[in-house]
Write a protein that binds this ligand. Structure first.
Ligand code: ZN
Ligand code: ZN
Length: 471
């Protein structure tokens, strides 16, 4: 199974799907409403209910999480479980029924690890949980599976062919994890033995199932390996509990890994489980805003520019002062070449952008000039801010154009000296026009002698004089 990505954002894993539209969506396109967590999200295109894909596409592959599985086994629950096995191996009387009971509790515990792990629960089940509830029969069901496997092996050995024996042996070893997973999740013997259900687990994981088997095989060998390493010189009374403890610990690690593999491949396995992190929603207002932005983007990418516009216009009715919504709306209008509407919207957008983000205002102004070459904002402050932003982008000529004759266009504007000082700076530094810059400074000096900016005017005049002297 390969990861499905958002149809509109190829780097984002898909978390939702619209079957009629055949569109997988990532969280990028489907913001959730925290104020109405029960109302499921709808498709941005058809407004139909979406199918949740769970964490199938966001889950980290199990082979990248090996250290986490080993750490999982070090939690209080698994350690208590392994410790109990070690103690039992030392002190429990050789009483058949008692041992059957021990095995059925142990099996129940291990399978509850598979189950918890398949739900991406980080916390391991407590040892106590193995003694209550249902599932004590799991051991017997598992025993039946093992007996059948041994039966098959026994039959195979009858052929007196090493080949046949090993083929059967290998097949059993390969099928066993899938069968155990089925038994742990369905708790039915029929599921563990059903070729269809066992096959589905293998099919869902594809060749990665072999990786799982390889890891499980290595882990399965680990307790015997550890015991072998310690077997020299250690008395039996130490060795046996150590072996039992290792068996418990590695058993938990194996089960955690199998469970997580189910979590990772939940979608083809027919389960839907949310990710480890709960789905986070936004407060209603923010959610509406984000939904409008996402929907507009989806519609635009589908070639439905008109609908995208309406979506944004509707959102702007609610949030007229939102810079991002306005910016998106402006870009869309300009992109769609909706000249009249774009110019009308600019009257609202340009002041907003000039106030909050002059760089955006500079872009909007350039766009406006494309639509209408003599476009000029009707507010001197906006002219000033946009000119500064343009000059920062080295568009000095355009910046000067915005400031030209400001004192005639807006005779009542009190900040003309400031705007002209800016213009003089742009002329001198940006365009290297020292003469016009000096003239402009002279104009400020004669026309606005009371301006508090006179100190700066003098400073710039001195700089200009020095530059001319050098030239
Ligand atoms: Zn997306
Ligand atoms: Zn749809």
């Amino acid at each position: 199974m390969d990861i499905t990505h958002c149809h509109y954002h190829p780097a984002q894993p898909a978390t939702w799907n619209c079957a009629p539209c055949q569109r997988p969506y990532g969280d990028c396109c489907i913001p959730l409403n925290a104020d109405a967590p029960d109302s499921g999200p709808v498709c941005p295109l058809c407004q139909g209910a979406l199918t949740f894909l769970g964490a199938a596409n966001t889950a980290q592959p199990f082979w990248e999480r090996i250290p986490q599985f080993f750490r999982y086994g070090l939690q209080p629950g698994p350690l208590a479980f392994s410790g109990a096995l070690a103690l039992a191996s030392l002190f429990m009387p050789r009483f058949f029924l008692l041992w059957i009971l021990l095995f059925s509790v142990a099996t129940k515990y291990l399978y509850s690890v598979i189950e918890a792990s398949s739900q991406a629960e980080r916390e391991a089940p407590t040892l106590l949980s193995a003694f209550v509830g249902e599932g004590f029969s799991l051991f017997f069901k598992q025993l039946v599976v093992f007996f059948l496997a041994f039966g098959a092996l026994w039959l195979a050995s009858d052929f007196h062919s090493e080949m046949v024996f090993w083929v059967v042996n290998l097949t059993i070893m390969l099928l066993m994890p899938a069968s155990i997973i089925r038994l742990a999740l369905e708790k039915e013997l029929s599921a563990a033995l059903s070729p269809e259900q066992v096959g589905q687990v293998i099919k869902a994981m594809g060749w990665r199932y072999l990786i799982l088997c390889a890891f499980l095989f290595a882990l399965w060998q680990s307790p015997s390996y550890v015991t072998f390493l310690l077997s020299h010189g250690l008395p039996r009374v130490v060795l046996v509990p150590v072996a039992a403890f290792c068996f418990g610990y590695f058993g938990v690690v194996m089960c955690a890994m199998m469970g997580y593999a189910v979590f990772q491949y939940q979608e083809p396995l027919g389960y839907t489980i949310a990710g480890e992190d709960a789905l986070e929603g936004f407060p209603e207002r923010e959610w509406r805003r984000r939904r409008a932005l996402a929907e507009a983007e989806v519609r635009l990418k589908e070639g439905q520019g008109g609908s995208a516009l309406e979506t944004l216009a509707e959102a702007l009715d609610r949030e007229p002062g939102d810079l991002v919504l306005n910016e998106r709306f402006h870009r869309l209008l300009f992109g769609l070449n909706a000249r009249e509407r774009c110019l009308r919207h600019l009257a609202h957008y340009l002041p907003l952008a000039a106030q909050a983000n002059p760089a955006l205002a500079a872009t909007a102004w350039s766009n406006a000039r494309t639509l209408q070459p003599d476009y000029l904002p009707d507010d001197p402050l906006i002219c000033e801010r946009v000119a500064a932003a343009l000059s920062e982008r080295h568009k000095h000529r355009e910046a000067i154009g915005l400031l030209r004759n400001l004192h005639l266009r807006f005779p009542d504007y009190p900040q003309v000296p400031r705007a002209y000082l800016l213009a003089a700076n742009i002329l001198a530094e940006g365009l290297g026009q020292l003469e016009p810059a000096s003239k402009l400074l002279g104009f400020i000096r004669s026309r606005y002698p009371q301006t508090p900016l006179m100190g700066e005017v003098t400073k710039l005049e001195q700089t200009l004089a020095r530059l001319r002297g050098n030239a």
